[in-house]
Design a protein around this ligand. Structure first.
Ligand code: PMP
Length: 385
C-alpha cells in the first residue's frame, strides 16, 4: 500500500459516528444536519432522475449549474466569474480539494497549512508528493501571527490551503488576515486553495469574504464550495471550484480522471437551488444561529464553557475551563461509552501537538436532540470531573 494511506486510520468522524450507532448515543459529533434539505430542491432532483437524461453530463459540469454558480456568487458575494472558463463542478468539495492539490503540486513542493485543519488536506498533499509547513491558529480568536505566517513560506512553497469559515474552530478569517495571506502568496508566487464550503453558514450579521477578492488573488486562488453545506444535504456531494481560466484548465485536467462528472439530476437541482432568493439563505443562517444559541445557553447552565462560534455547524467546548481534567480523546471516548453522547476531539484536526482541551459539537440538530445531548454531556461532566 502507499505509505501515506498505510499510516492513516479511519477518519475520526466515522469512528465516533460508528461508536454512536453501536451504543445508541446522541450524535453531536459528525457534522450533518438532522433535517433533510429544502423539499423543492429535492423534488427537482427526483423529477430530473425520472425525466433524464441520466447519461454523462459534460466533464466540467452542466452549463445550467455552472451559470447558476456564477450568478449566485455575483448576487450574494459580489464575485464576478465567467461560468464557461472559471467554474468546474465536482463530486463534493472533497474531490475539488483533491483535484486542486493534484493540479497544482509536484513532488518536493511545499504547502502552507493552518492548524487546526480539516482532515483531508494533509494526506492528499502528501499523496501528491508535497510537504506541509504549519501555521498555528490559537484559541479563542484563532488569528494569524504575521511572523509565523511569513516564516512558513520558503523558496519551495507552491500553495497555501486555507479554510474560512474554519472547521473546527468556527472562526472566520478576517479581511485583514486574508490580506496577510495574499501578501505572502503574491511575494512567493503561490496559489491559494481556499476551502469556503461554510461560506453560507456565517452568523450575527457577518459577511463571508472570499480569498478570490483579496488583493492580488483573483488569478491565483482556487475557491472551493459545496452544495452539501449550502442546502444542508451533506450526502449530495456536489462541489464547485472557481478559478481564473488558466487555473481552471489545470484543475479540470485533474478532475477529469478523479470522477469526470457528477450525477446530472443533482446538478440540475443544485442549479435550481442556487437561484433561490437571498431570503432563503438568510433564513437558513438564522435557523442555524438559533440552534447554536440554544446549545450554548443550555451548556452554560450545566457549567460548561464554550468558545464563540461565528460560522459553520460547530461549537467548541473548553473541557479544562469546564472543570474537566481529561484530554479531548479520552473525554470523547468515555462520553460516548459512559454517558451516551458523541463529540469530536479537536486533536483530530492537528498534525503536530494538538489542543487537547477542546471538543467539537455540531449544533445543526433538532431542539430535542440538542437538549438530550446536553443532558448527557452534563452526565459526562459529572462522571469525568
Ligand atoms: N472542507 C471542509 C472544511 C469541510 O468541513 C467539509 C465537510 N465537512 C468538506 C471540505 C467536504 O465537503 P463535501 O462534503 O462537499 O465533500
Amino acid at each position: 500500500m502507499n505509505p501515506v494511506y498505510a499510516a492513516l486510520g479511519d477518519t475520526i468522524f466515522d469512528v465516533m459516528s460508528g461508536l454512536a450507532r453501536e451504543t445508541g448515543a446522541i450524535n453531536l459529533g459528525q457534522g450533518f444536519p438532522e433535517w433533510d434539505g429544502p423539499e423543492d430542491v429535492r423534488r427537482v432532483a427526483a423529477d430530473a432522475v425520472m425525466s433524464g437524461p441520466n447519461q454523462y453530463p459534460p466533464m466540467r459540469g452542466l452549463p445550467a449549474l455552472r451559470e447558476a454558480v456564477a450568478e449566485h456568487y455575483e448576487r450574494l458575494h459580489g464575485i464576478s466569474l465567467d461560468w464557461k472558463s472559471e467554474v468546474t463542478i465536482t463530486s463534493g468539495a472533497t474531490e475539488a480539494l483533491a483535484a486542486a492539490l493534484l493540479a497544482v503540486l509536484s513532488p518536493g513542493d511545499e504547502v502552507v497549512l493552518f492548524e487546526p485543519m480539516y482532515d483531508s488536506y494533509l494526506p492528499m498533499l502528501r499523496r501528491a508528493g508535497a510537504m506541509a509547513r504549519f501555521v498555528r491558529l490559537k484559541p479563542p480568536h484563532w488569528r494569524i501571527d504575521p511572523a509565523e505566517l511569513a516564516a512558513a513560506f520558503t523558496g519551495r512553497t507552491r500553495a497555501i490551503v486555507l479554510n474560512t469559515p474554519l472547521n473546527p474552530s468556527s472562526s472566520l478569517i478576517t479581511a485583514e488576515d486574508l490580506a496577510l495571506i495574499a501578501e505572502q502568496c503574491v511575494k512567493h508566487d503561490c496559489i491559494a486553495i481556499s476551502d469556503e464550503v461554510w461560506e453560507h453558514c456565517v452568523f450575527d450579521g457577518a459577511q463571508h469574504v472570499s480569498m478570490l477578492s483579496a488583493p492580488g488573488m483573483r488569478d491565483r486562488t482556487i475557491k472551493i464550495g459545496s452544495a452539501g453545506k449550502i442546502f444542508s444535504m451533506t450526502g449530495w456531494k456536489v462541489g464547485f471550484a472557481c478559478a481564473a481560466p488558466k487555473l481552471t484548465e489545470a484543475f479540470a485536467k485533474a478532475h477529469q480522471f478523479l470522477t469526470f462528472t457528477t450525477p446530472p439530476s443533482l446538478q440540475n437541482a443544485v442549479a435550481y437551488g442556487l437561484s433561490k432568493p437571498v431570503a432563503h439563505f438568510d433564513a437558513m443562517r438564522e435557523q442555524l444561529a438559533r440552534q447554536r444559541d440554544r446549545l450554548a445557553t443550555s451548556l452554560m447552565h450545566e457549567g460548561f464553557v464554550t468558545l464563540p462560534a461565528a460560522g459553520t455547524y460547530f461549537m467548541a467546548v473548553d473541557l479544562a475551563a469546564s472543570g474537566i481534567g481529561l484530554g479531548d480523546d479520552d473525554f470523547a471516548v468515555r462520553a460516548v461509552k459512559e454517558a451516551g453522547v458523541a463529540t469530536i476531539p479537536f486533536s483530530a484536526f492537528y498534525s503536530g501537538p494538538p489542543e487537547t482541551a477542546l471538543v467539537r459539537l455540531c449544533f445543526a440538530k433538532l431542539d430535542d436532540t440538542l437538549d438530550r445531548g446536553v443532558e448527557r454531556l452534563a452526565k459526562a461532566r459529572q462522571i469525568l470531573r
